[in-house]
Ligand binder design. Structure first.
Ligand code: GLO
Ligand code: MG
Ligand code: MG
Length: 412
């Protein structure tokens, strides 16, 4: 093949995208409660060892592009859209007004707001630092975000306390820090109750998000399970207002089974929001788009969620790879992520009603019919053949994933 001149590269990408097929229309995509973060689309490819590879993108463009693709919900950190120094000042209302207008013009809804408590120098010792003024500032920031959320019509607020921890031990007393962190959340919930009453709106659902590593070396609330115990620790004044926003990769990162972590959130009644992406076990937060690494695991996750009535929000918290251009972010990265998600979601529906899986599961639950439960040998013998169905069901899930259940074979 001859070198591809720069001015022909975008049309090549578009042509090959069309050749891929398997895309849904924007109308179909909008039927799912999929949310697009401002920060994901605006991510410029930078990291500790990486210079940016893309140009900055503002909220007006992100909202327009999400609308074109068919991503019906948008979410943001406060500082993704409002410079830190402008927060709480006149300029804030101006920007919030412009965001509201852009959302309306494009038929999008703001679903969630979140406070950036990890990037700015003020968070060097975490939002629950020893100095009372840092904590007072943190509480004010959280309350200000709640206000922005109400102004934009959001239903959720997310908290990722990734800087709640330390690099070196000794100075930080963990119980005190957790208490201080709870005070920030309490301030946010109390401000929310007051504002919601004033505006005649429901209070927000406040969702905590855990990540086991990064950016601190040691993290005080590293997993969704740690957060569940924090929520019920007695430190929160409104534990009923606080739930979870698990992130698929964050659970995988520490070596957990994401599906089991989600199950624990479900039985606690705290699965309220879900960051969808992909990556690898025991690696850093690579934030790859949903289904590109572990599609089979994702299919199983969605079977669990569908069968328990969780239908979103599904938040596209991933990072388009540094190799993808500004054009590619909206031409390739977001549409393909959404379409993989929808396909996996619909496949999960197929798996739930699949007659083979249905009969196999029912048979496993029926057991072998031993009357005397004290007779261990009889119990083992009665289930021996049935237990092969575990492997058969796993095989069937892969068949559904790769289309083999429709009779796909290779002619040899
Ligand atoms: C970082 C987190 C981050 C959060 C966001 C929402 O690893 O995943 O993207 O989801 O700050 O609060
Ligand atoms: Mg992540
Ligand atoms: Mg996340």
């Amino acid at each position: 093949m001859n070198p591809v001149p720069v001015e022909q590269q975008q049309s090549l990408v578009t042509r090959l995208m069309n050749a891929c097929g398997g895309a849904y229309s924007p109308e179909v995509r909008r039927k799912y409660f999929i949310t697009g973060p401002q920060w994901a689309a605006a991510y410029e490819g930078q990291a500790l060892f990486h210079a940016p590879t893309r140009r900055p993108v503002g909220f007006e463009q992100v909202i327009r592009e999400y609308a074109r693709i068919g991503i019906g919900h948008w979410c943001t950190h406060d500082t993704d859209v409002i410079p830190t120094g402008m927060l709480g000042k006149d300029g804030q209302d101006d920007i919030v007004g412009r965001i509201g207008k852009a959302l309306k013009e494009n038929g999008l809804v703001c679903s969630m707001v979140t406070t950036e408590t990890f990037h700015h120098a003020v968070w060097a010792a975490s939002p629950a630092a020893e100095a009372p003024e840092v904590r007072a500032y943190a509480a004010w920031r959280l309350k200000n975000t709640v206000r922005i959320g109400h102004e934009l019509g959001a239903k959720f607020a997310v908290y990722w306390p990734g800087s709640l921890g330390y690099y070196v031990q000794g100075a930080v007393e963990e119980t005190e820090t957790l208490k201080w962190y709870a005070e920030g959340l309490n301030a946010a919930c109390e401000a929310d109750i007051e504002l919601a009453a004033k505006l005649g709106r429901p209070t927000l659902k406040h969702c905590m998000e855990a990540k086991p590593f990064e950016p601190q070396a040691e993290i005080l609330l590293p997993t969704s399970d740690a957060m569940l115990s924090f929520i019920s620790s007695g430190l929160l004044t409104h534990p009923e207002m606080v739930g979870l926003n698990p992130e698929y990769l964050h659970e995988l990162m520490w070596g957990a089974a994401p599906r089991a972590a989600l199950a624990r959130a479900l039985v606690a009644g705290k699965l309220w929001h879900f960051d969808i992406n992909d990556g690898y076990r025991l690696k850093h937060d690579v934030d790859i788009a949903v289904g590109l690494v572990n599609p089979l695991d994702w299919l199983n996750v969605l079977v669990l969620l569908r069968s328990h009535g969780y239908e979103g929000p599904f938040n596209l918290d991933y990072k388009p790879p540094r190799t993808t251009s500004n054009f590619g972010v909206f031409e390739v990265s977001f549409p393909t992520a959404v379409d993989r998600f929808i396909t996996l979601w619909e496949m999960a529906g197929e798996a739930i009603t699949d007659p083979v899986i249905g009969e196999a599961s029912a048979a496993l639950r029926a057991g072998g019919g031993v009357k005397d439960a004290r007779d261990v040998d009889a119990v083992v013998a009665a289930n021996r053949e049935l237990l092969s169905l575990h492997e058969l069901i796993a095989h069937r899930m892969v068949q559904i994933l790769i289309g083999q259940h429709r009779g796909r074979t290779y002619s040899l």
